[in-house]
Design a protein around this ligand. Structure first.
Ligand SMILES: Nc1ncnc2c1ncn2[C@@H]1O[C@H](COP(=O)(O)OP(=O)(O)O)[C@@H](O)[C@H]1O
Ligand SMILES: [Mg+2]
Length: 259
């Protein structure tokens, strides 16, 4: 049974604006899926609705997680079930240190599993391990979350959280945007260390407008979204086709097919 199965999903936002118009997508255990497509095609909306964003309304279709219908589940429940999303624009939390924040998140997950809060020593070791895995400098742990962090540093923090949580599925929405090549490499290495590896259960849905990050995080499956539908699917070679031809050929083909 696949981890995530999206069936004929139709989603509306802001009252009557139809954004997704029949999306089907299946992500199996440990698979790395890339979701590409032009700006405004509905990629972030799909990510948000998978996480249960309250402002989005599913008007038709279903989201299944391990075979269970989670279309109506809260964001919190989904996170506890092992879904994780790294945001395009991470928020700052003034006055809360990285260490405090991570400990709170980790304990919330443990609490959801009926476990005791993590002992301090074990927490320190776990964080150190995750920090070295994602190459986040140790001095970060004393800083306030995302306050004064550069774009690249915020993205690294998201990957650090992913490394700590070891989700079953990590959704990365434009985590590559605005990163220089060094930061992109660090983020990609972090993703590769946690997910999509032989023996890892963690699957990835990597949403991107560009193919650049896909040179470092190799997808097993590629989907192209356009106007709220997935209009093309394929293997890694589809990335190169898009790189060579842009998105224009897809929209041209669709226009021809409709004519
Ligand atoms: N909450 C919302 N209310 C109204 N329109 C929205 C909302 N969220 C997204 N949209 C619109 O839905 C379309 C798809 O947006 P989005 O999912 O962000 O696309 P992408 O991530 O592919 O760039 C856009 O036209 C956007 O303006
Ligand atoms: Mg987006």
């Amino acid at each position: 049974m696949p981890d995530l199965e999206i069936r004929n999903l139709h989603v509306r936002a802001g009252g009557d604006k139809q954004i997704l118009r029949g999306v089907d997508l299946t992500v199996g255990q440990g698979e790395v899926h890339a979701l590409m497509g032009p700006n405004g095609s509905g990629k972030s909306t799909l990510a948000n609705v998978i996480m249960g964003h309250p402002n989005l309304e599913v008007t038709e279709g279903q989201i299944l997680w391990g075979g269970e219908d989670i279309t109506e589940a809260s964001t919190d429940e989904r996170a506890r079930m092992g879904l994780f999303m790294a945001f395009q624009y991470p928020v700052s939390v003034p006055g809360v240190t990285v260490t405090k924040y991570l400990r709170t998140v980790l304990n919330a997950h443990r609490d959801a599993r009926g476990e005791e809060p993590i002992p301090l020593k074990e927490f320190r070791e776990t964080v150190q391990e995750a920090m070295s895995l994602t190459k986040v400098p140790e001095e970060f742990s004393r800083r306030y979350l995302n306050e004064g962090f550069s774009g690249g540093e915020k993205k690294r923090m998201e990957i650090l959280q992913m490394a700590l949580q070891r989700p079953r599925l990590a959704i990365l929405d434009e985590t590559d945007s605005g990163l220089d090549i060094d930061a992109l490499k660090v983020v990609s290495d972090g993703v590769n260390a946690v997910a999509g590896q032989a023996g890892s259960d963690t699957g990835v849905l990597i949403i991107t407008h560009y193919q650049r990050i896909l040179e470092y995080v190799r997808p097993t499956h590629v989907h192209v979204m356009y106007k709220g539908r997935i209009v093309r699917e394929g293997g890694p070679s589809l990335v190169h086709e898009l790189e060579a031809k842009g998105y224009g050929w897809i929209t041209d083909e669709l226009a021809e097919a409709a004519a």
